[in-house]
Design a protein around this ligand. Structure first.
Ligand SMILES: Nc1ncnc2c1ncn2[C@@H]1O[C@H](COP(=O)(O)OP(=O)(O)O)[C@@H](O)[C@H]1O
Ligand SMILES: [Mg+2]
Length: 138
């Protein structure tokens, strides 16, 4: 899947990416600062029916959201500020990635070795002022 989209289409893209992510527990979204990772993950969370406040986990590292009608949490993780794999482990990142719930991860390229084999790896890049390209890395 490769798609170029503007902000107005982010909900459609979120829907399509979630369909591609069926059966995966971790969705890792690479891409530079300001490319739209948090925006796309927020749209996927809304698509899942999450009504919690969704914010960038840049400082919290892990945000936990409740999906209505589901007992398992949805984790929104940002590895940007972590310095080492040990810090990621101490922050509880691995617990989230391996506990069977759904995790969305920003900056996975910082510690690619912590991801389970069953991770859907995706990448966002800037194409133009308001245009982004999403690709699934297989
Ligand atoms: N096609 C697009 N998709 C997503 N965000 C876009 C798009 N075009 C422009 N933007 C803007 O880019 C910014 C992305 O911010 P954010 O989602 O926080 O990025 P990141 O989490 O990758 O640092 C937002 O201000 C958003 O409005
Ligand atoms: Mg972000």
């Amino acid at each position: 899947m490769v798609v170029e989209f503007s902000l107005e289409k982010v909900n459609d893209v979120a829907k399509r990416l979630l369909a591609q992510a069926a059966g995966y527990q971790v969705l890792a979204l690479q891409g530079s600062m300001g490319v739209g990772k948090t925006t796309l993950i927020t749209a996927m969370c809304r698509e899942l029916g999450i009504t919690d406040t969704i914010s960038s986990p840049t400082f919290s590292i892990i945000n936990e959201y409740q999906k209505p009608g589901s007992s398992s949490a949805v984790y929104h993780i940002d590895l940007y500020r972590l310095q080492s794999k040990a810090e990621a482990v101490n922050a509880g990142v691995e617990d989230c990635l391996y506990n069977g719930g759904l995790s969305f991860v920003e900056w996975p390229e910082k510690f690619p070795e912590i991801f389970p084999p069953q991770t859907l790896h995706c990448k966002l890049t800037i194409v133009g002022e308001s245009l982004r390209r999403l690709e699934i890395i297989l």
